[in-house]
Structure formats: C-alpha cells, structure tokens
Design a protein around this ligand. Structure first.
Ligand SMILES: C[S@@+](CC[C@H](N)C(=O)[O-])C[C@H]1O[C@@H](n2cnc3c(N)ncnc32)[C@H](O)[C@@H]1O
Length: 230
C-alpha cells in the first residue's frame, strides 16, 4: 500500500470537490440509495463516518432530526474544516478526528453506533486492514446496527492492473471538467493508492466478521453501495 494515500486530498480539497459536484463518482445516485435505506431506520442514529472527507453526503442521506450523534474521521484537515461547516445545520453533537480510520475504529466504544459509514475510503487499505475494518465495525455496532459501505470495486475476476487501466481510461477521456493537470494527478493517485476488492471478497471479509446479511444498494460502473448487517 502507498505510504501516503491522501496527498491529493491533503494538498487541496478543490479537485475532489469538482469530482463530487459534477457527479463523476455517482455520489448523487449512491446517496439517494442510501437515503432510501435509512428512511426505514429509527429516527435517532449514532453514526461513525470513516474517511468522511467534507461530509457533504450526510445532509443528503439524513434529515436533521435523524442524527443523534456524528463522529467523523479523516486524515485531511482541509476536508474536516469543510465537514464542520456542512454539519452545522444538524445541530447534533459532532466529533471530528484528524486521524487514521482504523486507529479511530479500534478506540471507539463497543456497542455504541447504529451505522458505520464509509464512502470511497476503504479501497485505500490493504486486504488485512479491510478485514480489521469489518471486525472492529462489528464490535462498535449496536444490535440491529449495520455497515454502509460505498466504494469502488473491481468486477468479479478483474485483476487490479485491468481495473486501473479501465478506471484511468475513464478519467482521461470522460472527466474533462478537470484540467489536464488535475486529471494527471488523479490518475497517479489511483495507480499508487487504490486497492479495490471485488464485491465477493468484501462479502467474505464481512462474513468472517459475523455479518450474515450483505445487500447491494446501488451500482454505477465500479461505484457500489452495500449494506452489511449481522
Ligand atoms: C475519495 S475521498 C472520500 C470522501 C467522502 N467520504 C466521500 O465519499 O466523498 C477519500 C477520503 O478518505 C480519506 N482517507 C484515506 N485514507 C484514510 C485513512 N487511513 N484514515 C482516514 N481517512 C483516510 C482521505 O483523506 C479522503 O478524504
């Protein structure tokens, strides 16, 4: 795994904000699917958001009265500054931690959260660390709690080099709202820092951790949303 998977996010949050606002990673469809799922949940949720970025998705998946507590962590202080502003309207207790997501997860209290949410961050971890993510998430979740995982995923049977060529080809050709320099940096980041798994591998890791109910919520090209419940 790359030593610093967040150089692109640490230097400036601007490029990624463009990616979100032009829906290049299908945030719109993915957050709509997650919002539909969460409508059926009790009204007062405690949410742990790992690799939360600017937390701009939270206002799209939850209504103000639905959030009892929010704990977000990210390695990018720029993103967390924006996240604080985005969460103000909720008026709920908010904790923002600028720290590695597994360190935060390991120290989180047991049986505390209703939702462990992670969006487009898990693919930066190696497979063993992804297993730790599922195992520790199971520990911190309350009964009836669940993981909502949004991430890039390889197609079944697709090896990483093939995935990288495909994804970067899309960035090169279709992400033309970014400048050429931005596109080059994004492709370099993907080549050095992205280690997506296939859905079947993620399901296996989740089952190892005791999650029996694994459901796909949305899929747009390599961008998927899944829910894992015990
Ligand atoms: C592609 S952005 C996703 C941000 C947001 N969750 C979203 O869906 O728009 C990935 C985020 O993960 C963060 N990140 C990467 N590795 C991390 C780690 N080990 N611990 C905490 N955050 C991490 C980066 O700083 C970045 O903000």
């Amino acid at each position: 795994m790359s030593k610093n998977p967040i150089t692109i996010f640490r230097k400036t949050w601007g490029t990624y904000q463009k990616v979100i606002s032009h829906n290049l990673m299908y945030h719109r469809e993915i957050t709509a699917a997650v919002a539909t799922l969460l409508k059926s949940r009790p009204s007062s949720l405690r949410l742990l958001d790992l690799g939360c970025g600017d937390a701009s998705h939270v206002s799209k998946i939850l209504k103000p009265g639905q959030l009892a507590e929010y704990c977000g962590c990210d390695l990018s202080p720029y993103a967390l500054d924006v996240a604080r502003i985005n969460l103000e309207p909720f008026g709920s207790p908010v904790t923002m931690i600028c720290r590695d997501m597994l360190a935060v997860l390991r120290e989180a209290p047991a049986n505390h959260f209703d939702i462990v949410y992670s969006s487009y961050a898990l693919h930066h971890l190696n497979t063993d660390d992804k297993q730790t993510f599922f195992t520790e998430s199971r520990r911190v979740l309350r009964e009836n709690g669940g993981i909502i995982l949004v991430d890039v995923m390889r197609d079944e049977g697709q090896e990483r080099p093939e995935y990288l060529d495909g994804y970067n080809g899309t960035v090169r050709v279709e992400w033309d709202v970014l400048t050429r320099d931005e596109r080059d940096k994004v492709q370099k980041h993907i080549r050095n820092c992205d280690f997506p798994e296939s859905p079947s591998t993620l399901r296996k890791l989740a089952r190892n951790a005791g999650f029996k109910n694994c459901r796909k919520l949305e899929k747009r090209t390599w961008h998927e949303a899944w829910c894992f419940e015990a």
